[in-house]
Ligand binder design. Structure first.
Ligand code: ADP
Ligand code: MG
Length: 282
């Protein structure tokens, strides 16, 4: 697969005088068709990175390359955004007085597409995101999860090759969040859309193929999402229980002590579990 997005020493400073280094030399590459999660503490630069990659704002220094072309050399960032990128934000930003159908049509208005074709496509997209029976509802008549699905349908309107989603599940409960991620993962597979999704939720991140971790404006970790079983074991390894197992602190195993040890030693099964955990924890 070819590289779709590349950043080179991407740096963004905000403010004058006491400047904030929102991005501090980010180097990364994302291939066509990948689905990537970006995690990291609040203020670490996740939204800034998305905004730079989506051409919403310009870097202070460094480059964003899309299909090898530097965004700084693209004549119209507006046209680039309209044709290549679909944005989904934490707050859906739907227009409150328009129906779901009309909201999905909005981005197509600036495009050379007739009224009937526009309406037809909006219908198709709402059906795709599972809202065939909610097309004429206003945002206020939809649940949070349904509104986000309208926002995704709207983001898909101009057949973008890239979807940038900034904490799209931030305001949703766990079940609705999971459904939304499944929808994005489906789109990633069926339409080969490249997707970058910012999230605070490990479970959400695990629905993707790769996780970038940011800290203080830098990418500090970049790893493929493993098999779900391996991810579960890693999680166990990071937990308090896992840490105690790895440290051999049998006396601190609490209620599990009886099951995992005999005469002050791990049982053979517990020994085996510890050796497996050693293999997956880095
Ligand atoms: P995240 O999305 O990871 O929470 P952001 O990319 O929003 O982080 O912000 C990174 C840093 O840049 C933060 O310190 C934030 O306060 C600052 N920042 C972001 N946008 C602006 C702006 N428009 N003006 C000034 N500072 C900003
Ligand atoms: Mg943010």
């Amino acid at each position: 697969m070819s590289t779709m997005i590349e950043t080179r020493e991407l740096t963004k400073l905000y403010g004058d005088g006491e400047q904030v280094r929102a991005l501090d030399g980010v180097n990364m590459a994302i291939r066509q068709g990948e689905m990537v999660a970006v995690m990291g503490p609040s203020g670490s630069g996740k939204s800034t990175l998305l905004n730079m990659v989506g051409g919403l704002d310009r870097p202070t220094s460094g480059q964003v390359l899309i299909d090898g072309q530097d965004l700084a050399t693209i004549r119209s960032l507006d046209a680039f955004r309209a044709q290549t990128v679909g944005f989904v934000f934490q707050l859906h930003n739907l227009l409150p007085t328009l129906t779901a159908l009309e909201n999905v049509e909005v981005p197509m208005r600036g495009q050379p597409i007739g009224r009937r074709a526009r309406r037809e496509r909006a219908r198709e997209l709402l059906t795709l995101v599972g809202l065939a029976d909610r097309m004429n509802h206003l945002p206020s008549q939809l649940s949070g999860g349904q509104r986000q699905r309208v926002a995704i349908a709207r983001a898909l309107a101009n057949r973008p090759r890239l979807i940038l989603a900034d904490e799209p599940t931030g305001n949703l409960d766990t079940a609705a969040g999971e459904e939304l991620m499944n929808l994005l993962a489906d789109l990633n597979l069926s339409q080969r859309t490249t997707i970058i999704v910012v999230t605070h939720d490990r479970r959400v991140a695990r629905a993707t193929g790769r996780i970038l971790i940011m800290r203080d404006g830098r990418v500090t970790d970049d790893h493929a999402v493993a098999d779900p079983l391996i991810e579960d074991l890693r999680e166990l390894g990071r937990s308090q229980l896992g840490q105690r197992l790895l440290a051999g602190r049998i006396e601190e195993l609490g209620p599990l002590r009886q099951a995992l040890s005999r005469d002050g030693r791990f049982t053979p099964e517990a020994d085996y579990l510890v050796s497996v955990l050693r293999g997956v924890v880095d």
